[in-house]
Design a protein around this ligand. Sequence first.
Ligand SMILES: *[C@@H]1O[C@H](CO)[C@@H](O)[C@H](O)[C@H]1NC(C)=O
Ligand SMILES: *[C@@H]1O[C@H](CO)[C@@H](O)[C@H](O)[C@H]1NC(C)=O
Ligand SMILES: *[C@@H]1O[C@H](CO)[C@@H](O)[C@H](O)[C@H]1NC(C)=O
Ligand SMILES: *[C@@H]1O[C@H](CO)[C@@H](O)[C@H](O)[C@H]1NC(C)=O
Ligand SMILES: *[C@@H]1O[C@H](CO)[C@@H](O)[C@H](O)[C@H]1NC(C)=O
Ligand SMILES: *[C@@H]1O[C@H](CO)[C@@H](O)[C@H](O)[C@H]1NC(C)=O
Length: 191
Amino acid sequence: MDTETKIYCSCIWTFFFLVFTFIVGSIIADLVIPPQKIAILDANLTRFELAASPTTSLSYNLSFTMSIHNSVWDDKADYHDMEVNCYYYSEQFDSRKLGDFMLKSRRTRLFNLSRSGNSSVDLGSNGVDAFKRSNETGFFDLEIWLKGKRIFEADEGDRHVHLYYQCKLRLQLMASQNSTTQGNFKPVKCH
Ligand SMILES: *[C@@H]1O[C@H](CO)[C@@H](O)[C@H](O)[C@H]1NC(C)=O
Ligand SMILES: *[C@@H]1O[C@H](CO)[C@@H](O)[C@H](O)[C@H]1NC(C)=O
Ligand SMILES: *[C@@H]1O[C@H](CO)[C@@H](O)[C@H](O)[C@H]1NC(C)=O
Ligand SMILES: *[C@@H]1O[C@H](CO)[C@@H](O)[C@H](O)[C@H]1NC(C)=O
Ligand SMILES: *[C@@H]1O[C@H](CO)[C@@H](O)[C@H](O)[C@H]1NC(C)=O
Ligand SMILES: *[C@@H]1O[C@H](CO)[C@@H](O)[C@H](O)[C@H]1NC(C)=O
């Protein structure tokens, strides 16, 4: 083979390899990751206090807007047993059931969730130190998890796929009256 033929051949092989990788990749992505986009569009943290002693009582007031988008082109999405859990330093402090709902293709649903209360948490000494540092700066790292399942209609019957998304937020604690610090929240994508 002359050099030109060799280059031509390797190009063909590279082309087939890319096509093959793309097809296999799309199939795997379709099977494993149900296509939807989850994001937190806005959030307000107006209270986040850890009792001085014992440091296991967390009082909070958090409101946020979560968007769930069904990005499939041609199919509705059936969501079941959906729930939102709020975490600080790996400790869950709040939970809210969203229940079952349906989204047509390429539709988005917004949930405005307002959570407040007192919760018992076990942060450990590292968590308490982290809290104290955040308490000084006024910025807290919270996580919001979305869990549930999505049901697909398939030829062989319904297929259940479990969903699991994490949204990492860094929120500035704000006094409810202080509006100057509000409105600077950047939407966060969940993975
Ligand atoms: C939580 O904060 C909001 C303001 O962002 C306020 O309207 C609401 O009354 C507060 N809820 C509680 C239980 O303190
Ligand atoms: C956050 O607070 C601002 C100002 O009070 C308000 O406009 C916005 O709707 C609030 N967002 C949420 C998710 O509660
Ligand atoms: C949720 O809040 C957004 C603004 O943050 C608003 O556009 C939307 O209509 C609200 N949705 C519901 C169901 O209250
Ligand atoms: C949480 O505890 C605080 C005092 O630490 C109290 O003022 C508040 O009413 C409590 N909130 C709830 C929802 O129990
Ligand atoms: C957090 O900061 C406030 C003052 O901004 C203080 O009163 C409170 O004791 C602090 N909490 C902890 C657990 O350090
Ligand atoms: C509101 O927040 C801004 C920026 O953090 C701060 O400079 C201002 O003093 C606050 N105002 C009140 C009334 O707390």
